[in-house]
Design a binder for this molecule. Sequence first.
Ligand code: ADP
Length: 507
Amino acid sequence: MAKASKQQATKAETYKNYIGGKWVKPQSGEWMENRNPADTRELIGLFPASDAEDVEQAVKAAGEAWPKWKATPAPKRAEILYRLGQILMDRKEEFSTDMTREMGKVLKETRGDVQEAIDMTFYTAGEGRRLQGYTTPSELRNKMAMCVRQPIGICGLITPWNFPMAIPSWKMMPALICGNTVVIKPAEDTPLSTINLVKAAEAAGVPSGVINIVTGYGEPAGSPLAAHPGVRLVSFTGSTDTGRIVSTIAAQHDKICSLEMGGKNVIMIMEDADIDLAVDGTIWGAFGTSGQRCTASSRIVIHKKVYKKFVEKLTKRAKALRIGNGMDKQVDMGPVINEKAVNKILGYIDIGKKADGAKLHHGGKRLTGGDYKHGYFIEPTIFTDVDPNMRIAQEEIFGPVLSIIPCKNLDEAIEIGNGVKYGLSSSIYTQDVNRAFTAMERMNTGIFYVNASTIGAEVHLPFGGTKATGNGHREGAMASSLDIFSEWKSIYVDYSGKLQKAQIDNQ
Ligand code: ADP
């Protein structure tokens, strides 16, 4: 995304930051362009290239709004979220279209993204009448013990471009229901979808200052948000490298920090698998969203006995994939997000071919000319005979590149599957219940599927991963996301009328 000149800023539609209930220009007067990755001639709009000064204003507004929002009963907060869910439903088509234009993924996938935000909003609203703590017996007589969830304060949310409405909703909804206020810094490539979410929240009646959005680049806008002393919690989703920077900043200020980062997800296909089903799952998992999901299936580990048959069928299907502008109903796979992503993905394809010495079986090129001339299109790419230690089998590529690794049995498949630094999602295709349960138990990932691809998370189950994928938190699912966005307070009520000492008086 390029910086825009002042002249352009007067021509294209210009969007603003939302701070303290007002849509305001960036203090610096700097804007950034948002262009359609399928056709960069289309300028979606100009968005604030915000900096620390805008973040300062947003945090101030969030701080001013907090006492009143915190004191609003949770069922009342929930009523606003129900209205927000309804607005998102009513405007689903419009928001999906905007998202395809700015992000590139096909319309049926952007509809899924908006739907996920709707699901998350309604699901979280239901929590307004729960937000449960618990009571528990005290070890002493005439003493009561209980714990309740407390709001945390101002939450700084830093989000990526691949799910530009769903991921902000995973963070924003639980933050709000718990009684926090937020400042969100969406990805520079997809600010419109997050602005759409915030506009819907404004229309639903979220009070001024409870949600603030500051668009801009990572370092000038994201870093000051992570570092701001007024921000008590930082919730980040993005690459592992950036997550490490963000958590380092947060650690210096003793902040609560939840990180959702990379993946190198594996589908294991056993010799007894339904191969057609496994091919379906692989096409969807590896090439859906052009491979740009943290849960994308980037590795196939397959039993030697069915390797050839699977590769043949998969290749036929990959060749048939229609690549193009996601607005076209006939298209299966859209562009990748930007030029930097093209270079990174082509760089990995080169590494696969040369340094790694894997066999480039299908694809491998950027599509240029004709309808592809002004976009960032890469062929669905399949490497075969991949060794598990090759870089293409170890590192997150975040593009439509699949590595197929042969194996001799389930034990070896599990060893290869677990043999990466990430631990987000994994799956197995098998008809054998014992194999399925063995893999379920032994795969060290936060998400596991049987006879399905590595993607397809639902909002009411914990989402997140082990190892370098995260720092132990889970989003989605009530208990886990409330655990991020609230703090426990333990309360002891002694009605004995005398001094009672825990651990001492009851011995
Ligand atoms: P990707 O490499 O996939 O674009 P990133 O992890 O770099 O993803 O970006 C995820 C989010 O983190 C985006 O909103 C981005 O602007 C933000 N970001 C990038 N660099 C920094 C940084 N140094 N400090 C804070 N936020 C950052």
